[in-house]
Design a binder for this molecule. Structure first.
Ligand code: AMP
Ligand code: MG
Length: 415
C-alpha cells in the first residue's frame, strides 16, 4: 500500500512544534472559580492545592486477618505459643495493649493494638484454646499499614490544575472533603461555515452535504467538560460571518470554526479574522490539516480549522486540545505516550510535514504491529472510525519501508 503526497514541502509552513509553542505561550488560564460539592466535581479542574487535613490512614492498622503481637516474642526457631488477650475489629479497637507473651486477634482494617508491632496472618498460625502457635520468620511492621503512609497531614493530596478523575474523587472523599474549589468552565463556541453545509434533520439540496464537523467537535469538547455554545452553520457570506463571529467572540472564551480557511474564492473566514482581530495565519507543516488560523477576536481565542472532517479532528487533537486545557487551567498538560511498532505496509512520504495516518494497531500473535488504513483522504471520516491509532511520521521522515518501526499514538484516552 502506498500513500502519495501531491504537495511538495515548503519552508514557509510552520513546524507543528512551533505552532504548539506559540499558542501555548499566548494563552493564560481563566481565573474565575467556584466551590462545588464533591459529587459534581468529576472532570472539573482544581483551582488550588488540596492539603490533607489529617494522616491517611489516620492510625497504624492491620492489613490482614490474623494476630497482632510483638516481634521480640517470636523464637527464631518457630513454635512460639502466645496467649490471646482480646480482639480488634475494623471500627472497634482493642481497649488494652499487647504485653510480652500476648497476642490480639485482629481483622483487616482494625487499629493496630498498642504494644504490637506486626500482624501474623491467620493461615500461618495454629490456635489451641486461648493460645496460638506462631512460626518463625516474622518481621517488625509486617502486615501493618502505617498512619500517613497514603498521605501525611499537611501534604498536598492533589495540586491546583489537576483535572479531577475517579481516583481523585475517592482520594478527596477519603480526606472528608465535601466541597472543592474548581476553575470555572471555559465557554467554547463552535461554528461551521460553507454554502454547501446543511444541518441534519432536513433533506439535502443539490450539491449540499451534511455538517459532520459540529458533531465531532461537540463530542470532543464534551470530554473536556466545557460550556458549549453551538452556533450552527453560517453561509459563505461576509456579513453573516461577521455577525456570527462577533456574537461568538462576545459569548465565549474560545471560538472554533471549521471551513473557509483554504484558498477557495468563497473563503471569507481568513479575511474576516484578519479584519476583526489579531491573527497569526498558519500554513502548518501537518497533514492532514495544513491551513489553520489562530488568533483573537475581541476577548476570545479563535481557532479557524480547515473544513475537511478528518483535518478537523486531527488539528483539534494535535493542536487545539492542549490550548483548551491550558485555557481551562489544566496543569501539567496531559502526556500522550508514543509507542513504537513495525509498520506492515510501506508508506510514501515527502519530508517537511508531520503526518498523522489513521491506522490499526493489532497483535498478530507475534507482537504488536501497525497497519495504515487504505483510505487516507482528509475527507474520509471512516478512516478514523475504523482506526484505533495514528501513525505519527515526523517532519524529517521520508518513505517508510514495510517492516520499519514507526511511532504510534493510541486513540484510547485521546479520542
Ligand atoms: P473548506 O475549507 O471550506 O474549503 O472546506 C474543505 C472541505 O471540507 C470541503 O469539501 C467542504 O465541503 C468540507 N466541509 C466543510 N465544512 C464541513 C462540515 N461542517 N462538515 C462536513 N464537511 C465539511
Ligand atoms: Mg468552505
Amino acid at each position: 500500500m502506498t500513500i502519495t503526497d501531491p504537495d511538495a514541502a515548503d519552508a514557509s509552513w510552520l513546524p507543528i512544534a512551533d505552532a504548539r509553542r506559540t499558542m501555548l505561550d499566548a494563552v493564560r488560564p481563566v481565573t474565575g472559580w467556584e466551590s462545588i460539592p464533591l459529587s459534581d466535581a468529576l472532570g472539573r479542574v482544581l483551582d488550588r492545592d488540596v492539603v490533607a487535613p489529617f494522616d491517611v490512614p489516620a492510625h497504624d492498622n492491620c492489613a490482614m486477618d490474623g494476630y497482632a503481637l510483638r516481634a521480640a516474642d517470636l523464637a527464631p526457631a518457630g513454635g512460639t505459643r502466645l496467649t490471646v488477650v482480646g480482639t480488634a475489629l475494623a471500627g472497634k479497637a482493642f481497649s488494652g495493649s499487647v504485653g510480652a507473651g500476648q497476642a490480639v486477634r485482629v481483622m483487616t482494617g482494625a487499629v493496630l493494638p498498642p504494644g504490637a508491632d506486626l500482624v501474623v496472618p491467620q493461615e500461618s498460625t495454629h490456635a489451641e484454646g486461648d493460645t496460638v502457635e506462631f512460626p518463625a520468620g516474622a518481621r517488625v511492621g509486617q502486615n501493618v499499614r502505617r498512619a500517613g503512609e497514603d498521605l501525611a497531614r499537611g501534604q498536598a493530596a492533589l495540586r491546583a490544575g489537576r483535572r479531577i478523575g475517579p481516583a481523585d474523587l475517592g482520594l478527596l472523599a477519603s480526606l472528608g472533603i465535601a466541597e472543592v474549589a474548581v476553575r470555572r468552565r471555559i465557554r467554547v463556541a463552535i461554528v461551521s461555515t460553507g454554502d454547501e453545509i446543511a444541518s441534519i434533520g432536513r433533506a439535502l439540496g443539490p450539491g449540499e452535504i451534511y455538517d459532520s464537523n459540529r458533531y465531532t467537535l461537540t463530542a470532543a469538547l464534551r470530554r473536556l467538560d466545557v460550556e458549549l455554545l453551538d452556533l450552527g452553520v453560517v453561509r459563505d457570506d461576509p456579513v453573516a460571518l461577521d455577525h456570527a463571529f462577533r456574537n461568538a467572540a462576545e459569548a465565549a472564551d474560545a471560538v472554533i470554526t471549521s471551513g473557509g480557511v483554504s484558498v477557495g474564492e468563497a473563503d471569507f473566514v481568513k479575511q474576516l479574522m484578519t479584519r476583526l482581530g489579531a491573527v497569526h495565519f498558519w500554513k502548518i507543516a501537518i497533514k492532514p490539516g495544513r491551513p489553520m488560523a489562530f488568533g483573537r477576536i475581541g476577548n476570545a481565542w479563535l481557532f479557524g480549522l480547515p473544513g475537511n472532517p478528518v483535518a478537523v479532528m486531527v488539528s483539534f487533537y494535535q493542536l487545539v486540545i492542549d490550548v483548551l486545557h491550558r485555557l481551562a487551567g489544566v496543569d501539567p498538560l496531559p502526556v500522550r505516550p508514543l509507542l513504537t511498532a513495525p509498520c506492515v505496509a510501506p508508506i510514501r512520504k515527502g519530508k517537511g510535514r508531520t503526518e498523522f495516518l489513521r491506522a490499526l494497531l493489532f497483535d498478530d500473535g507475534d507482537g504488536w504491529k501497525v497497519k495504515p488504513g487504505a483510505q487516507q483522504g482528509s475527507g474520509v471520516l471512516r478512516s478514523i472510525a475504523e482506526a484505533n491509532c495514528f501513525i505519527v511520521l515526523p517532519e524529517d521522515q521520508g518513505n517508510v519501508a514495510a517492516g520499519e518501526a514507526v511511532q504510534v499514538q493510541l486513540f484510547d484516552g485521546l479520542l
